[in-house]
Write a protein that binds this ligand. Structure first.
Ligand SMILES: [Zn+2]
Length: 164
């Protein structure tokens, strides 16, 4: 059977339109795409992209794994849902986002880069204070603003994702 693709927003913007026929996206990407490029949004719609949503079960599986790998703190809700959808439907995920690639590796989801080479090894990420070095648990849900993990409750410095 031919591979089906779940594509992230950068792929929606840059992949050849012919490749996007039958590709699967989530609803929240339609708005993202319209914001970036209304013309592209129209073309993408015309070419026959399928809009779907992952089930609660696959979102839970992706969430649990994203907390284990530590990627959760760097993923948006759309990112998490795309990995969950590719997992559930046994599709190939098209993304340049190395956190989505890392999570996909761990979940056994096949992935493919749009323009970069992609990750070559699997990493575990920890939430760490840049000041005192204290480690914190992974957040339990995706962030709305990537990279903003809050402040250390001990010293007030920023928290960042560091390789574990
Ligand atoms: Zn600290």
């Amino acid at each position: 059977m031919e591979d089906r693709f779940v594509v992230d927003t950068s792929a929606l913007l840059s992949w050849p339109l012919t490749e996007l026929n039958g590709a699967i996206i989530v609803q929240s990407q339609v708005k993202e795409l319209e914001r970036h490029s209304p013309t592209r949004a129209e073309m993408v719609e015309a070419v026959g992209v399928i809009i779907s949503e992952p089930t609660g079960d696959s979102i839970s599986s992706a969430s649990v794994t994203a907390m284990e790998t530590g990627d959760m703190g760097g993923l948006s809700i759309t990112d998490l849902h795309l990995v969950a959808l590719a997992y559930e439907r046994n599709c190939v995920l098209v993304t340049d986002d190395y956190r989505m690639q890392n999570l996909s590796e761990r979940m056994g989801v096949r992935w493919k880069s749009v323009s970069s080479d992609g990750i070559s090894e699997f990493w575990i990420w920890k939430v760490k204070c840049v000041g005192c070095g204290r480690e914190f648990d992974s957040p339990e849900s995706p962030t709305n603003k990537k990279g903003l993990l809050g402040e250390c409750m001990d010293c007030g410095s920023d928290l960042k994702l560091k390789r574990g």
